[in-house]
Ligand binder design. Structure first.
Ligand code: ARG
Length: 458
């Protein structure tokens, strides 16, 4: 007597391979709580239009609550014919409360049900992910604030360029994450659109109060078109795009720190908690956490690209291809969530070696400052750039540093060089001259810290 929920018009059996191919319960069971939340709200809305009595509603709600408890305690017994979380929950509900369970699906379709469940599930995830992202940014901001004294070379093309503060580098990554936070918050209203009451495609024939449903389920707005309500998965794509960009930022930051943790740089060492050893080379301490953070971006990007390809050719409304939205979405959410938490741990616990950063500051990174010195004496920058370049060449030919050239050497290069030229060769002073907004001076680091703290407090 076991019958599929849709078995009425069928006489033949499903091929077992087809059943396995078709089922999504293996992975969509994690939406069990969302599914039950949606069903409870829907049962209440059916009472309001007279499909259920108050008493029937109470029995259904009680039954659904019991089903939920079974999932929570690991006691839910999956049956061979269960196809997805929606059919499994309904099947179990009817086992528990009898034929009354069969009234719940009145006017509802798995099409509006699954779209609703996905949105409920994702909204919960987004809340958690938002909290992890905030925690990551906070750790970075606090570190930057504390370690403002540390000077290091800033790089372009991975070549030493100009002196900066370590804090400035950290904050540059924090600003990327701050944009990610803003984008994540902007996604929420577009996830929080309720499809329930769209039916299979053509709406609900029992006039359920969809505004009531939205309120019950905490949704900000309604799917205003039922065809769109069941067929739209833009929110899935958008979240995966968001996750792609966020993990890309994690990847780029990790790449910086992997380089800085090499013996050749030695600017930082990862804590033992986030490093691993080698099975053959006893001396090794590898930055596996950072390498995984860098690597994970690839799969998150792949999830997005894969589902976007499935999605692009679909005709209107629901098509089973849409079931392919789940695994990539779940994987992207899980991956970005663990990446954010790992990144917070890595950054919170890494050891910084300011003396190594300082050693990497060679005088040539002040060549721009040398040119700027002459600019302040009225020489056009294009000329001063050239003269400073000649000073670099001269020092190179003498195998010495820029500050080891004499005042006389400088005066030979240009008459405007004065006895004070050696004041240029001060890294701290160089960084402190950069007082324009966005620069690495102490005051501007404080400003960045304040800007980010303000954004986090919103
Ligand atoms: N498991 C399906 C999915 O994830 C649920 C919707 C099924 N609807 C249908 N008409 N077959 O998309």
């Amino acid at each position: 007597t076991k019958q599929k929920l849709w078995g009425g018009r069928f006489t033949g059996k499903t091929d077992p391979l087809m059943h396995a191919f078709n089922q999504s319960l293996d992975y969509d069971r994690r939406m069990y709580a969302a599914d039950i939340r949606g069903s409870i709200a829907y049962a209440k809305s059916l009472t309001l239009v007279g499909i259920l009595t108050k008493d029937e509603e109470a029995k259904i709600v009680e039954g659904l609550t019991a089903v939920k408890k079974e999932w929570e305690s690991g006691q839910f017994r999956v049956q061979p014919d269960d196809e997805d979380i929606h059919t499994a929950n309904e099947r179990r509900l009817s086992e528990l409360i009898g034929p009354l369970g069969g009234k719940l699906h009145t006017g509802r379709s798995r099409n509006d049900q699954v779209a609703t469940d996905m949105r409920i599930w994702l909204l919960d995830q987004v809340d958690e992910i938002e909290a992890s992202l905030v925690a990551l940014i906070r750790v970075m901001v606090e570190r930057a604030d504390k370690e403002v004294d540390y000077l290091m070379p800033g790089y372009t093309h991975l070549q030493r360029a100009q002196p900066i503060r370590w804090s400035h580098l950290l904050l540059s990554h924090a600003f990327s994450f701050s944009s990610d936070l803003e984008r994540l918050r902007q996604l929420m209203p577009r996830i929080s659109v309720l499809p329930l009451g769209s039916g299979a495609l053509a709406g609900n024939p029992f006039s359920v109060d969809r505004l009531y449903l939205a309120k019950e389920l905490g949704f900000q707005s309604l799917a205003e078109n039922s065809l769109w309500g069941v067929g739209d998965r833009d929110f899935v794509i958008e979240f995966m795009m968001w996750a792609s960009l966020t993990t890309t930022h994690l990847s780029r930051m990790s790449e910086d720190f992997i380089i800085y943790s090499t013996a050749e740089f030695g600017f930082i060492t990862l804590s033992d908690a986030y490093s691993t050893g080698s099975s053959i080379m006893p001396q090794k301490k590898n930055p596996d956490s950072l390498e995984l953070l860098r690597g994970k971006s690839g799969r998150v990007f792949g999830n997005m690209a894969g589902f976007l390809v499935s999605y692009k050719g679909l005709p209107s409304t629901y098509n089973k291809d849409l079931q392919e939205d789940k695994e990539p979405l779940f994987d992207s959410a899980d991956t970005v969530s663990s990446c954010l938490r790992i990144a917070e741990g890595v950054i919170g616990s890494l050891n910084v070696h300011p003396e190594k950063m300082r050693q990497a500051l060679t005088m040539d990174v002040l060549a721009t400052d040398l040119a700027d010195y002459l600019v302040r004496k009225g020489v056009p920058f294009r000329e001063t750039h050239h003269i400073s370049g000649r000073a670099v060449a001269l020092a190179e030919s003498r195998k010495c540093q820029l500050n080891e050239l004499t005042v006389a050497d400088y005066k030979d290069l240009h008459a405007e060089f004065g006895d004070d030229v050696h004041e240029v060769f001060d890294f701290e002073a160089s960084v402190e001259r950069r007082q324009a907004i966005g620069g690495p001076s102490r005051a501007m680091i404080s400003r960045q810290v304040a800007v980010l703290r303000e954004r986090l407090s919103n």
